[in-house]
Ligand binder design. Structure first.
Ligand SMILES: [Zn+2]
Length: 239
């Protein structure tokens, strides 16, 4: 398995690593990586790796077999050999925008009190699909609520909880907009706000900013009707 450095510290942009495998498709597997793999609506990270006097551009990262993360080169070039010591670097500007949008979507899921059925993230905007029969009453009101969450500069933290601990706290699960997955071992909970007065608490394996103020001003974009029971709401970073 690949050690997920982006889980331990989402602000880590560079890291040394050792090449443990190549995939048949020309991908690279490292023992530890800062590259977030495509998943949960968030695109995989891009960047580059260096070894000796070589530099290889990485287009994206994806999940591979056995909890491994595969770095996908941008062009078919010679790969670093097995056992090579490399240094990996993220396209930080792009990843940080993903972190801002991702955290903003948590806030959107709180401000719109309907079940979320899907979502996606890019470096300029994100969207969530809601199980929501009617349109929004007031989009300005929603935009204001989101920007208040941002201005409150609430702390974003994460921790792990066992299934047994969750079972012992049914009221906790009840307050969560997204129910934790079961049967897969310990669950990572992401909290926005204080220990006992959180804005949002939900299971999530993604990358988040440390405080909501870092998201910056938000703007509601298009609101589309996707079927009789569904609304798609777009959210944009203002800068
Ligand atoms: Zn998240």
């Amino acid at each position: 398995m690949t050690r997920k450095l982006f889980r331990e510290d989402p602000y880590q942009r560079d890291a040394p690593a050792v090449v443990t495998a190549h995939t048949a498709e020309g991908g690279i597997i490292l023992d530890a990586t800062v590259f977030y793999p495509t998943g949960g609506g968030q695109p995989g990270d891009s960047g580059w790796i260096e070894w000796d006097s070589h530099r290889l551009s990485i287009a994206t990262a994806v999940n591979g077999d056995a909890n491994q993360i595969v770095l996908v080169p941008s062009e078919p070039m010679a790969l670093p050999p097995l056992g090579a010591h490399v240094v990996q670097h993220l396209d930080w500007d792009r990843r940080h925008k993903h972190m801002r949008i991702h955290t903003a979507l948590h806030l959107l899921s709180v401000a719109v009190p309907f079940a979320v059925t899907g979502g996606a993230i890019s470096a300029t905007h994100g969207r969530l699909d809601f199980n929501m029969p009617d349109g929004l009453d007031d989009r300005n009101e929603l935009e204001e609520a989101l920007n208040q969450f941002v201005e409150s500069d609430a702390q974003v933290s994460d921790g792990w909880i066992t299934e047994e601990e969750l079972d012992a706290a049914p009221s906790l699960v009840k307050t969560m907009a997204v129910k934790p997955p079961r049967g897969a071992g310990d669950i990572r909970l992401v909290r926005i706000g204080g220990e006992n007065d959180w804005i949002d608490l939900q299971p999530c394996g993604g990358t988040h900013v440390a405080r909501t103020g870092e998201i910056g001003a938000l703007r509601i974009g298009k609101i589309e009707k996707k079927g009789r029971m569904n609304r798609r709401i777009y959210l944009h970073l203002d800068s």
